[in-house]
Design a protein around this ligand. Structure first.
Ligand code: AMP
Length: 542
């Protein structure tokens, strides 16, 4: 027997329609690419997203068409998120930090019909124009006054398109499983693969972001979304913010410490979200200038492991609670969040941070398990570690156009490629990417653990640990580190520091210093490059 309840589809358009109506005055503040701070609100974003949908309809955009964006976080990008998905087309966010050949591959693979570009990225598009034959036009996200001189003959002006419409438009209703957005994984090897989100999965994911034990986003928040909108939909924040009418603050192209700090203070930011590299820069600026966060209460750190020293600086130094989160493009991206439980209230701050360094627990919606080499589930004892698998209503079921083949097992589990533990309270801790684990004498050494400990050594600003072949042990760890400017820290200092926290067999065999470490387009350490750079390196112990 079926229930007698209305079957209304969960659509992205309903999020912006809701906040346009019920949180119309709540602001969306952006550092614009043209320069000045721009202020709008949910009422206007809803109206202009409708105008955009009207304009795209006139350009021939239909249900299911892919529409690219190459843009920073800003209000026009937010209008595109809602306008494109709201009309039933697919908003394909493109990471401008990818290699140009990868961008061309992605645009062609997605068959983008139009691409929205920020002024910053017009030269990028010009350089690629001969490879992007199927794109009908590029819509520059600016007004007539700022339209660039360009050799491209199919440039359109965003403001001209939007302002030509009246906004008298009812969001169309369609099946909630209709695709709404597309994001390609950064892919350190092989071609990037597309994750195709659905209206339904995005709305369900937004409930999770708003849930108190998720990221707890609410109307009381002013959110600084540092995580780019081209990286897993800015962790779903634009949708979740619309779901509850939270103020959004978007940094545009200015991701440096001083610009972010200024925006946080000026806009009363209470919650921020970004990868550790960004927070490292921000905390460096705050420390150098002896500053404090006057309004920020929580910060979400994810994308890579949040180092303990960073968590301590936020929590102990600034009274900012850290929500350590784990996820992937394939998981929409929220998989786990590291909120503390009631039973942790009376623990010491050190014990609480022992929990905060873990990647966190699942909120209702995502199921999580770890399995051993035989595929059997391992115990949730916080010690056994194995392949991390997930399933749930916002986890991918396969890549766009079937790339990579079947990605789920018979029971619907997706193998993440991460290795981790799960403790009896359900806190998951990533110990490594499966390909980065160091296999030494039959034991596994977590490169992330060693990196985290190395980062706690005074004078070290960034560290990567990779496996180097060893005649006796198979593989041994090598630390490749970046020093703080003018700091005299030595190899011996780092090794000595690590002796305090690592078992003898986990201690790296050597430490080398470099000026900078390579990163992927999403800010993660690019270990494939390091392995290539150090392929002829001989350990002193070999
Ligand atoms: P992406 O799809 O580019 O977001 O990358 C997803 C991958 O980033 C995951 O599979 C993890 O390897 C890594 N990752 C994300 N969040 C964390 C975290 N909090 N700690 C450690 N690794 C993380």
């Amino acid at each position: 027997m079926l229930g007698l309840i209305q079957d209304r589809p969960l659509l992205i358009s309903s999020l912006i329609e809701y906040s346009g109506l019920n949180h119309g005055d709540v602001e969306i503040v952006s550092r614009s690419v043209e320069g000045p701070i721009h202020r709008t609100n949910y009422r206007n974003v809803n109206l202009r997203a409708k105008k955009l949908a009207q304009a795209l309809g006139k350009l021939g955009v239909e249900l299911g068409d892919r529409i690219g964006t190459i843009a920073w976080n800003g209000y026009r990008h937010m209008e595109i998120y809602f306008g494109v998905s709201g009309m039933g087309a697919v908003c394909h966010t493109i990471n401008p930090r990818l290699f140009p050949e990868q961008i061309a591959y992605i645009v062609n693979h997605a068959e983008d019909k139009y691409i929205f570009v920020d002024l910053t990225f017009v030269p990028l598009i010009e350089a690629l124009k001969d490879h992007l034959k199927n794109v009908k036009g590029f819509i520059v996200m600016t007004d007539e006054a700022h339209m660039p001189e360009s050799a491209l003959d199919n440039l359109l002006c965003y403001e001209t398109l939007v302002e030509a419409e009246d906004g008298d438009y009812a969001w169309p209703q369609f099946d909630e499983m209709t695709a709404c957005s597309l994001c390609y994984t950064s892919g350190t090897t092989g071609n990037p693969k597309g994750v195709l989100y659905a209206n339904r999965s995005t709305v369900l994911h937004s409930f999770c972001v708003c849930a108190n034990d998720g990221l707890g986003v609410s109307n009381r928040d002013s959110i600084l979304a540092v995580v780019p909108m081209f990286h897993a939909n800015a962790w779903g924040l634009p949708y979740a913010a619309a779901m509850c009418g939270a103020k959004m603050v978007m940094p545009g192209a200015a991701m440096d410490g001083p610009s972010l700090y200024e925006l946080m203070e000026a806009e009363g930011v209470t919650l921020s979200a970004g990868v550790p590299t960004i927070w490292m820069m921000l905390l460096g600026h705050v420390k150098e200038n002896n500053l404090k966060f006057s309004t920020m209460k929580r910060t979400v750190i994810g994308g890579s492991a949040a180092p303990r020293s960073m968590i301590e600086t936020f929590v102990d130094g600034h009274g900012v609670e850290v929500i350590h989160a784990w996820g992937m493009t394939e998981t929409s991206p929220l998989g786990t969040t590291g909120n503390l439980l009631k039973k942790h209230e009376n623990l010491s701050e050190k014990e609480r941070t022992d929990i905060r360094v873990k990647q966190g627990r699942t909120v209702f919606g995502v199921e999580l398990k770890i399995t051993g080499d035989d595929g059997e589930e391992l115990p949730r004892d916080g010690v056994a570690f194995g392949d991390l698998k997930v399933r749930g209503p916002w986890i991918t079921s396969g890549y766009f156009k079937g790339e990579g083949g079947q990605v789920l097992d018979d029971d619907g589990w997706f193998t993440t490629g991460d290795v981790g533990t799960i403790d009896p309270d359900g806190y998951m801790q990533i110990t490594d990417r499966s390909k980065d684990v160091i296999k030494s004498g039959g034991e596994w050494i977590s490169s992330i653990d060693v990196e985290n400990e190395a980062l706690g050594c005074p004078g070290i600003v960034e560290a990567a640990v990779i496996a180097i072949p060893h005649p006796k042990w198979d593989e041994r760890p090598l630390v490749i580190a970046v020093k703080e400017k003018d700091h005299a820290v030595t190899r011996e200092d780092v090794l000595h520091h690590l002796e305090n926290s690592l078992a003898k067999w986990q201690l790296p065999d050597d430490v080398v210093f470099v000026d900078e470490l390579p990163h992927t387009a999403t800010g993660k350490l690019l270990k494939t490059k390091l392995r290539e750079d150090f392929k002829d390196y001989k350990l002193p112990t070999a």
